[in-house]
Design a protein around this ligand. Sequence first.
Ligand code: GLA
Length: 373
Amino acid sequence: MKISRIIFAIVALELSVNYAFRLADATLKDAFKNDFDIGVALNARQFSGLDPKAQALIRQQFNSISPEDALKWRSVHPARGKYTFDVADKYVEFGVKNGLDIVGHTLIWHSHTDPWISVNEKGEQLNRDEMLHVMKDHITTVMGRYRGKIKGWDVVNEAFNEDGTYRKSKWHEIIGEDFIEKAYEYAHEADPSAELYYNDYNLFKPAKRAAVVRLLKKLKEKNIPLKGVGEQGHYYLQTPTVAEVEAAVLDLASTGYPVSITELDVNVLPKPAGQLTAEVSATLAYDEKWNPYVKGLPDTTARKLAHKYSTLFAMFHKHRDKIARVTFWGLTDGDSWLNGYPIKGRTNYPLLFDRNYQPKRPVFGDVVRVVGK
Ligand code: GLA
């Protein structure tokens, strides 16, 4: 009796050590190598070499990178006639050096721009032609610099409101609805070999998704060379449901364009009332009650996170013929924008690697074991 117990304990120990070793070797890019690319959004510390542990983890786990901010308008084009590429060059250099697919994010967006883009030196609002000129100059200069190096670009980001109407950006206000077509036209001219994407959030919401589907069909009819559509994937533990995300994947894919989940994270913190979107300008005041896990994530919540991620990935795997890439919006929990948004100073746990660059239990293991289940 005793001996059999000892044998049982040894076998159990061996199995769990084996399992731990296998997990230590497991990588996201290998787990889904037959399905879709696995990307990660990088901050400047990471790609500039100030965070060597991050670089090692990126090389080990991912085959595609996106820049969190390095290629946004204000980063590369802070003033009229002034382009600054020092930081963006390092991002692209890191990708080229490590053989990673490089995503450009993003050219035409309502955010991360300053008022000068839509007025002249006297402060008067530009007319349509002048605004188109600003757009073309930006797209041509930024894309042209990285021609042949950046694989694909989020050309237009977040053009719609939640109800499916056009967002009232300066692009829309001054140019009109066809600002989107124009952006793709200029982008294709600037780098004919680059893949061009449309990117937006909350496409699990039917009204917003319908507007994007209409746009995709229109671009197809007009032979605009779009290559794919991105659903940002800023989710919460409870919402949206996996079924809602699946409906979005299927609907978007029904247009014939491959779908990517471009900015995946799962916010585990309580959601203050009314805060439902990923609209970056919506911020709220700090209160301790919104920051309950400063000392660590409770096991029950860690299990909910694992369930959310593994069921999402099981669904992505099921629809792998429609999905091109899944990109996490950040590398480790400590890097995530969700520690500062929509409330500054919180401790969030939205990603698959912890603040010490280690794969998180149980979520990482549950995700890499999705294939083959
Ligand atoms: C949006 C943008 C991203 C990033 C996130 C928040 O989703 O597309 O570039 O700014 O918001 O970090």
